[in-house]
Design a protein around this ligand. Structure first.
Ligand code: PBG
Ligand code: ZN
Length: 323
């Protein structure tokens, strides 16, 4: 006697009937790189299909995204000037702040999430201010608060801190609440590993550290226990959504976290994951559409409510065409 589990796979109708993981455009956030200046539309060499755009080139892109059914954007800014304290990040006329206003003016229906960090704005490329070669935690918090408030004032719908300083959620929540932004949610990059998968992003955003690495603040992937404390801390400090990053190699973590918390879980399908799929697809070694959709379902199955992915535009086209 044995179980015939194949019975439930007999037909497409039955398979569709018993499937219990869903996926739609509602789950996706699309990252967008906006650059200060004019007439910029540069394809990121390691991320085929992704561009750095100046605001004068943003309108057509937004129109296309809207038509495709992309609903939410994650903004990254590339400033003209960088300095040791990343001043452009909290300039009220900075690229992200102006970008938010531009999008809200022309396409108010987009839900705008902003990445809050200093690394795209500091001359040394680290995510905080330095004392010698050390990234100082508490000094950095003050600057992150300023970024947060300036994004909120410009009209951001959600703030997503990616810096990995301790205490930042508490600090940002307080500054938001004190300024009448008590209803603005925070999606925390709570579990963010020091990962080589961010390589292509750092080309894109010109944000690689000029010395050392990020291992004193981003997490060590050789530890299988230390991630829950990050979640506990962030929830206690007031985070609304917990993010795990990168995505595909860390689905064990996504699953473990989503099993124990009732807040939504987001996963960031990062640049390196995207570039690998694109490169293999270009070579004809894999079926891009099937691989990408399989990855999306894998992340959903692990418990991700939200997926941040550079594939969002391609997925939207496939969904429109019918898969
Ligand atoms: C900024 C930031 C990074 C990413 C998101 N926010 C880069 C980093 O931490 O070095 C990575 C995103 C990606 O690789 O797609 N701190
Ligand atoms: Zn950073």
């Amino acid at each position: 006697m044995f179980n015939r589990t194949r019975r439930l796979r007999n037909s497409q109708v039955l398979r569709n009937m018993v499937k219990n993981v869903d996926f739609s455009m509602d789950n996706l956030i699309y990252p967008l790189f906006i650059e200060e200046g004019t007439n910029v539309k540069v394809e990121i060499s390691s991320m085929e299909g992704q561009y750095r755009l100046s605001l004068d080139n943003l309108y057509d892109e937004l129109k296309e995204l809207k038509e495709l059914g992309v609903k939410s954007l994650l903004l990254f800014g590339i400033p003209l000037k960088k300095d040791p304290v990343g001043s452009e990040a909290y300039n009220d006329k900075g690229i992200v702040q102006e970008g938010i206003r531009f999008i809200k003016k022309h396409f108010p229906e987009f839900f705008i999430v902003t990445d809050v960090c200093l690394c795209e704005y500091t001359s040394h490329g680290h995510c905080g201010v330095l004392d010698g070669e050390r990234v100082v935690n508490d000094e950095t918090l003050k600057l992150l608060d300023k970024i947060t408030l300036s994004h909120a004032k410009a009209g951001a719908d959600m703030i997503a801190p990616s810096d990995m300083m301790d205490g930042r959620i508490q600090s940002m929540r307080r500054i938001l609440d004190e300024n009448n932004f008590e209803n603005l949610p925070i999606m925390s990059y709570s579990i963010k590993y020091a990962s080589a998968y961010y390589g292509p992003f750092r080309d894109a955003a010109d944000s690689a550290p000029s010395f050392g690495d990020r291992k004193t603040y981003q997490m060590d992937f050789r530890n299988s226990k230390d991630y829950l404390i990050e979640v506990e801390n962030d929830l206690a400090e007031g985070a609304d959504i917990i993010m795990v990053k990168p995505g595909m190699p860390y689905l064990d973590v996504v699953k473990a976290v989503s099993d124990v918390i009732s807040n939504p879980v987001a996963v960031y399908n990062v640049s390196g994951e995207y570039s690998m799929v694109k490169a293999a697809a270009k070579n004809g070694w894999i079926d891009e559409e099937r691989i990408v959709m399989e990855n999306m379902y894998a992340m959903r199955r692990a418990g991700a409510d939200i997926i941040i992915t550079y594939h969002a535009k391609d997925i939207a086209r496939w969904i429109k065409r019918g898969i």
